[in-house]
Design a protein around this ligand. Sequence first.
Ligand code: 13P
Length: 254
Amino acid sequence: MEKNRKLIIAGNWKMNKTVAEAVDLVQGLKRELGTVKEVDIVVCPPFTALNDVSKQILDSNIWLGSQNMSEHNSGAFTGEIAAGMLKEFSVRYVILGHSERRQHQRETDDLISRKLRAAHGASLKAIVCVGETIGEREAGETETVVERQLRGSLSGVKAGEMAETIIAYEPVWAIGTGKNATAAQAQEVHAFIRKTVGELFNASVAKRVRIQYGGSVKPANARELMSRPDVDGALVGGASLEIRSFSDIIKNSI
Ligand code: 13P
């Protein structure tokens, strides 16, 4: 089915890759993917590799993303990185509210909404992550949880900013487990997310907003997942750490 939204496939490298390894990976991706025009390709290295990766992808079809940022613009926030600092490395995207940060750094929807507004203030495009745990799914609470996360993390955002914001549906039980959501399960939640975005903003925003699926995306399941009408891309963890698997996910999705 022909979608009117361009696919966006992002690699979340998490806490992996030295600078040298990051440069090797991105050079390989440029070689493999240099002619791809159908997909917005994004890599999200750790902060320490942003500078070198940024230089590598100048004049390429690969965009740079960061895995997190502060809700503040500057000041006494030891260890934090501000949106303006990311812009110095030509960062275009920022992942916000990943489940690992919700879990280990206790990030709340309220904090994520403040980070989102800071990202918009700096003209960064945010990838806002939502998703239920296995316990919540088994209790039949998937939609309740995802709706609460959307309402909380998107609060205070204007419709005009929202169309450029990306939502990533990442069921926590599918992350790093090798057990991806089926295409039908993903489609069901993606359609619910689009409907909720329509209620929170308007129909035109809902139609434009891109919704990525994340959780054990591999070359073998990418095509099937991307074939669904409301699946507009992928946020890839483990399989984005190798040239071959990340390139194949993108090639198989076209
Ligand atoms: P995996 O692809 O390793 O399951 O990770 C998904 C993820 O968390 C991407 O943000």
